[in-house]
Design a protein around this ligand. Sequence first.
Ligand code: PAF
Length: 282
Amino acid sequence: MKIVHSITDLRAALAPFQRPAFVATMGNLHDGHIALVDQAKPLGDVTVASIFVNRLQFAPHEDFDSYPRTWEADCDRLRAAGCDVLFAPRETDLYPEPQTFKVQPPAELADILEGHFRPGFFVGVSTVVMKLFACVFAGKPAGIAMFGKKDYQQVMIVRRMVQQFALPITIVPGETLRAADGLALSSRNGYLNALERSEAVALSRALQGLGQAVKTQGMAKRETLEDAAMQALAARGWKPDYLSVRRRADLLPPDDGDADTPLVVLGAARLGSTRLIDNLEV
Ligand code: PAF
């Protein structure tokens, strides 16, 4: 695996190839990331991963400084997975001057759910993803990028960005990987103490329960059922931001006419000082 830090070296490494298959990460890689690399490999003629903890998508009070950085282990895992090129820009490589040009995703997609509770988050994500895409795909006729469905809203926003900017990139969503008890794999799971770790699966169970309840009791009861699910989590010591049933196509709340519309249940809640997110298609 070739490790490059500068954009120039990345482009030189990718010069012989036509169709990169790309996985963007912030490092601290777990099996979910590696599954994305595995799935990306056959979809391009060179497999590229990036590791970059993107300051732009963290609010000042969030965990940018403490975000887990596990460089050696990450390199070993990517090498073992057969990744061809690892792009690990330093902050000065990707942002040599303040990144004052930003990608502003549409409010109806980016200011709801995660974006409501993390204002500016999707501007930071869209901006860095656009820049990483420019680094990896510039001059290529086509390519693919895999994004995990655990960040459901992120996948939708990146997809829409690629479509509206007519980038020659296909966004391929990867299924969420779960621990044996059902907890969605996430770098932030590492923040949980033993007690919190055994409680953490309650989030995905709450999403499951809510999805089931809306299916059996009907869309008219949706808001009541969402409130009840949040209260049940709160009673277990969580601080839920949202548990919400949405239409998969646009992440808007379904109405009475949406009985047969594909839905997704999304949630975010804080357990101790760790904020976890998860979702489930129903
Ligand atoms: O999902 C992530 O890890 C990040 O949001 C991403 C896509 C790598 C952009 O920094």
